[in-house]
Design a protein around this ligand. Sequence first.
Ligand code: NDP
Length: 315
Amino acid sequence: MENNSAEKVHVLIIGSGPAGYTAAIYAARANMKPVLYQGIQPGGQLTITTEVENYPGYADGVQGPEMMIHFEKQAARMGADIRYGLATKVDFSQQPYKVWIDDEKLIEADAVIICTGASAKWLGLPSEQRLNGFGVSACAVCDGFFFKGKEVAIVGAGDTAAEEALYLSKLCTTVHMIVRRDTMRASKVMQERVLNTVNIKIYWNSETDEILGEHKTEAVRIKNTKTGEKVEVPISGFFVAIGHQPNSDIFKGWIDMDETGYIKTIPGTSKTNVEGVFAAGDVQDKNYRQAVTAAGSGCMAALDAERYLSAKGLV
Ligand code: NDP
């Protein structure tokens, strides 16, 4: 039930991945007293990966969940007010902006930083869920290195799948690419690169029947949907690259987005079409999607918010 007595905050940060926590660190250090709501998956997508080797500063690598605990602790140490709760509704029609948490608590904020991220789409197979983190991954750039010199499979046929297949082809002996139609959605230039790479083997008109392995990924059973024929291919890694879904539903109608739901920001800034509402991280980035780029954009959002609030005389 909604409670209409509002809590007033200067800066509200929605989301707790690298973008959200970095925005919180910067906003807290600038004395903007940020309140951050973590959402249903505190720490975001990194909490479902294993080792992170490409985040600068961790010379020996770090486990994704552990890294996100470091982010949270750092934000808390700077004075950010970090809370568990999910933003469920907003009203950006006038200042201060209204955001409801868990459908009941109302927050009124002078500035809002949206860092709600994106979620990888999955095939929905039980074996995919069971082996997630044990050879199954939705990010080749994050996890491909662990399969150096091994055989892997990738499912999808868009630009992400093409880009990731090419990335994997430089590390792995063979990349088995499972494409559900007889054509690829990826741009022509990416398709050509994939088709001209000798160690990418494409399975057209094919779907993933099952990922096999008890405690780690050992093989994939691929089914040709035209002939019904099934083949078992030994692999160590299985990459799902069938797209991402930005977590932007509650902002629809308030914030400008592209046709797939990614929030539009003014290039080179974190500003959205609503003055005082900023966006950072994967919810506004379908291209790079890295922890370090998300963190960088979280920093930008906090700086943009600070400039906005001080120009308004609110901090
Ligand atoms: P897309 O939505 O473009 O492609 C998803 C792919 O996955 C499609 O080939 C689709 O098949 C396939 N797919 C979807 N669901 C399933 C399923 N259940 N089983 C099997 N296959 C499935 O997502 P991307 O992440 O590739 O790209 C998102 C956007 O980002 C695009 O606009 C893309 O151009 C852009 N992008 C640009 C890059 C660049 O410019 N360097 C790099 C990466 C992304 P089908 O074709 O049959 O629908």
